[in-house]
Ligand binder design. Sequence first.
Ligand code: GZL
Ligand code: ZN
Length: 329
Amino acid sequence: MNKKMIAALGCGALAASMMTMTAMAGEDVITVGYAQVGHESDWRTANTQNYQDVFSAENGFDLQLVDCDNDNAAQLEAVRNFISQQLDYIIIAPIQSAGWDTVLQEAQDAGIPVIIADREIEADASLYDAWVGTNTTNEGITAGNWLAETLDGAEANILTIEGSVGASATLGRTDGFAQVAADHSEWTLLDSQSGDFTQAGGQEVMESFIKSYEGQFNVVICQNDNEAYGAMDAMDAAGITYGVDGDVILISFDATHDGLQYTLDGKINCNVECNPIQAETVKGVIEKMQAGEEFETTTLVEDQAFVAPGITSEYATTMTDEVLAGRAY
Ligand code: GZL
Ligand code: ZN
């Protein structure tokens, strides 16, 4: 396109024609399949939006993002579909940690690089090309360390609303917290049950916990914010108080915007972040693969933790309006 032609086009038309040129380039478009967990939580929504923003046509990608609706069989099928389409790259956020060896081997036999994102997978590292995600065991340890710091030796009777069964985020947070709890004989883990990372699940489990343990518990751990919203509804309905001015300490994970608003409001005492903004990092790995350059096979996305106003902690940032305003999601 020469200067005269560019001069003739308005900038809007120019941008459109540039995009057309990119599309016309055809072979330059990188086709990417993303087998996404589902749409179970605000965290997931933020992660999905981030991928759609980063793996855009303007950035030279053709992204097929499949919402696998928290259904393991559907996710395996989505990956097999990517393989049969001979896409350039496959990204998987595994609903279940286990059961991936066969389909990863099929992708490898088809010569398609696979990046495991967000969650972890129980498969030999030779079966996939890179991993980008967060350390949920550390997230569980952080929650435990903060609870020990705030209780300072006082007794705890703890109920846990776990995430989706078999998800690495569930396994990691449970294991990490248990590592700290093992050092505190004054803590009792009363019960734990999966709320499947959803608000409805959190409410349902909390309602059953209240039936069984009303008056016996002083700590509730929700393994994501949406479960915490459900647990708050159930405790409100039962007249049970929680948060910095309540009878029950409420711990949550994800630190999504609404979760941090509740933390700022003192309804959630401690919220351990799990950062969903990961697409740019994954794109960087793919661009290096595309260029035949050395790439990071493991990239940890950093997390932090937050506590309600009035609480100071060596493990967490005290929430303020400014902290909330500064968040990316
Ligand atoms: C964690 C992520 C989890 C979030 C939940 O890395 O996979 O799944 O904690 C989401 O909110 O449902
Ligand atoms: Zn995480």
